[in-house]
Ligand binder design. Structure first.
Ligand SMILES: Nc1ncnc2c1ncn2[C@@H]1O[C@H](COP(=O)(O)OP(=O)(O)OP(=O)(O)O)[C@@H](O)[C@H]1O
Ligand SMILES: [Mg+2]
Length: 244
């Protein structure tokens, strides 16, 4: 579904180019649920952001269903509809209600009429126990509630894959549980997911594959069983000991 070839990303720091992604090569298949772990600054967010063109790679190619999304002429709206994203800090619009936050993009892109979008949004809100919040503003919601809304905002676009960038790392333990539950439910329905997370309850329950990133490279690509029971990579097992 997604094919990443020789991906490099450099950022300028004090006039000097710093290599953040260093020759990433990886394939993601339909239905896979990939967890990406690794130390802070290793390039996990930058990698995820390249996958839906929030970041433009310095070089290399990313194909989505055979079509280049690194080509400057590609249709960004189409990419963002197919490749949803959920952020650490939710990124809801503070001046819009929950319902407006969820329905804005699908109506603007003419995926739904306003009425249909609202019906669909309410049905999704009901599934995560937030239907009564439809007409309130994000400021009135807890972090866990906001993140569930952000997940619905991604889901309503009917994406083929959803990228999650540390969706629970800004949350308290109780709220982490409720968000992980929603993510595990989405996983059960067969959604393709690429998730930067150190939340091992997601990795154990839902991930089919775990990538370990360090210094802009993918150093390990394993199943969760291999990772937890039989990790051969010293660098990875040291990191795991620190976070578990
Ligand atoms: N827009 C940017 N401009 C300049 N440097 C950047 C930019 N975005 C990221 N970087 C740098 O790239 C490196 C990797 O950042 P990135 O956010 O991808 O790491 P990460 O693995 O997601 O880390 P964390 O676990 O802390 O979220 C960092 O050194 C960061 O300072
Ligand atoms: Mg990050």
């Amino acid at each position: 579904m997604i094919s990443v070839k020789n991906l490099y990303k450099d950022f300028k720091h004090d006039g000097k180019a710093q290599r953040i992604l260093n020759d990433i090569n990886v394939e993601f298949k339909k239905g896979e649920r990939v967890a990406i772990i690794g130390p802070s600054g290793s390039g996990k967010s930058t990698f995820l952001r390249c996958l839906n063109r929030l970041e433009i790679p310095t070089s290399g190619e990313i194909l989505f269903e055979g079509k280049s999304i690194t080509d400057p002429k590609c249709n960004i709206d189409e990419i963002r509809q197919n490749i949803g994203m959920v952020f650490q800090h939710f990124n809801l619009f503070p001046h819009l209600t929950i319902l407006q936050n969820i329905t804005l993009a699908p109506v603007a892109l003419k995926l739904y009429t306003k009425k249909n979008a609202e019906e669909c949004a309410l049905a999704l809100l009901e599934k995560v126990g937030l239907k009564d919040k439809a007409h309130t503003y994000p400021v009135k919601l807890s972090g866990g509630q906001k993140q569930r809304v952000a997940i619905i905002r991604a889901l309503i676009m009917n994406p083929k894959v959803i990228l999650f960038d540390e969706p629970t790392s800004a949350l308290d333990p109780e709220m982490i549980k409720e968000v992980i539950k929603v993510m595990n439910d989405i996983a059960k329905q067969g959604m393709t997911m690429i998730v930067v997370t150190h939340e091992m309850s997601f990795v154990r329950e839902a991930a089919t594959r775990v990538l370990f990133m360090d210094n802009g490279r993918i150093l390990a690509d394993e199943t969760p069983e291999e990772l937890f029971n039989n990790c051969q990579n010293v660098r990875v097992s040291r990191f795991l000991q620190k976070i578990i």
